[in-house]
Design a protein around this ligand. Structure first.
Ligand SMILES: *Cc1c(COP(=O)(O)O)cnc(C)c1O
Length: 403
């Protein structure tokens, strides 16, 4: 944390609701990753948190950026230093986006045969040399992840079976293959399943290199590293993943020489460093339950409301800041609320939107709460502001602080 407490941060923000991102936490996470994965390049996937100041801040720390739109590409270009590379992934890249990216010299992770056709046209019409990696949709999937991205019919990447044709097409048009990209899933807390997926990736790439006598520069192995959000979840164990990658890279090096290995992470780099802060506006009772209404909600933080890819809504970890300081709010173990005001009460926290979906927390225990206290949602640095329908109900936007 900074030298400021949440009351002071609110004054700096000039309003609630706001997001606060802790720079020192982000730097610590990057250092930890560099320590565990000294042989890999660390890329930041901008879509997790595209705040331009965040990109500038990370530019001095990470090796590169993963962008998924022309706007993200421009934010990255405006922020990067010489040490940074950019790769451009995502389905449905238009001719205009590809021309912009190729001209800027970034690596394109090609996701379809048509994208490759556009790149060939760009090469011939503009005398440019596109840096092309093929994004593979392999037959395997990343088990036990929040979101699985491969191994089924999908808009992402090119099916494993079609990769040989794509390689032929590239080479016959005089484009060198830069490398491969496999992004198999997101929000994974299970090191065994990540290890398994890395083994499958390296095996597949070895097979392709041998079959087509390739020499590639880069292998982007995706990311998928998760952070604990909910009760009972544990932080990801990095050591076994690092040990395994060390072996895989060593083995690959002995067979195919030097390749740059890329780990592209969004959530893991910024998620735990972020807080979403809102203010208590109203307190009331309904059917013998205490109800707290705050000025923030799903229009700023859709993921916390449970409507961004969750099947069953669970509470994020929460703090309350009263005039006596801040402390963690725990989950209620009982549903009934005792009558006495001094005892801990089972409370629901709602946002100001006119929809029952606008839940900040359900069945949490709060001893004392007053109007103007702050409700602070932790683990909110990724997929927060930019992943929320800010215009829904036309309330004011959230402010972002990075300090
Ligand atoms: C979204 C995305 C990421 C980042 O995912 P996290 O789960 O936030 O780490 C990485 N790579 C690609 C290609 C993505 O689309």
């Amino acid at each position: 944390m900074t030298k400021y407490n949440f009351k002071q941060l609110s004054q700096i923000a000039g309003q609630t609701p706001y997001y606060y991102y802790d720079k020192s936490h982000i730097s610590k996470t990057v250092s930890k990753l560099k320590q565990y994965f000294p042989k890999l390049s660390i890329y930041y996937a901008i879509k997790a948190n595209p705040m331009p100041e965040m990109i500038s801040f990370l530019a001095n720390q990470v090796d590169g950026f993963d962008v998924s739109s022309i706007k993200e590409l421009q934010v990255a270009i405006n922020a990067i230093s010489n040490q940074n590379n950019i790769c451009f992934a995502g389905p449905g890249k238009s001719h205009k986006e590809l021309l912009s990216a190729v001209t800027a010299g970034v690596v394109i992770n090609v996701e379809s045969a048509n994208e490759l056709e556009h790149l060939i046209l760009i090469k011939n019409n503009y005398q440019l040399s596109p840096r092309v990696s093929l994004r593979i949709n392999p037959d395997f999937s990343l088990k036990r992840s929040g979101v699985m991205m491969t191994g089924y019919a999908s808009g992402f990447g090119i099916d494993e079976e079609q990769i040989p044709q794509m390689i032929q097409k590239l080479l016959s048009n005089g484009i060198k293959l830069n490398g491969f990209h496999i992004y198999s899933g997101s929000q994974n807390l299970n090191s065994d399943s990540l290890i398994k997926s890395h083994e499958q990736i390296f095996k597949l790439i070895d097979k392709l290199i041998c079959a087509h006598n390739l020499s590639i520069k880069q292998l982007n192995i995706g990311g998928g590293f998760g952070i604990p959000y909910f009760k009972g979840e544990q932080s990801l164990q990095l050591q076994p993943i690092a040990d395994n990658l060390e072996h895989l890279i060593q083995d690959m090096k002995s067979k195919h020489g030097n390749i740059e290995y890329i780990l592209e992470l969004g959530r893991y780099l910024v998620g735990e460093a972020g807080y979403y802060v809102s203010k208590v506006i109203d307190i009331k009772r309904s059917k013998n339950k205490k109800i707290i209404i705050v000025d923030g909600g799903l229009h700023h933080h859709l993921a916390n409301s449970g409507n961004f890819g969750q099947v069953i809504r669970k509470n994020y970890p929460i703090l309350i800041q009263t005039e006596h300081g801040h402390h963690e709010i725990s989950h209620a173990t009982h549903q009934e609320s005792p009558e006495s005001e001094t005892e801990k009460q089972c409370v629901d926290i709602y946002g100001p939107l006119c929809t029952p979906l606008d839940i900040l927390a359900k069945d949490v225990e709060i001893e004392n709460v007053s109007i103007n206290d702050l409700i602070i949602i932790k683990q909110s640095g990724a997929y927060g502001k930019s992943a929320s329908p800010e215009n829904f109900l036309s309330h004011p936007s959230s402010v972002e602080l990075l300090l």
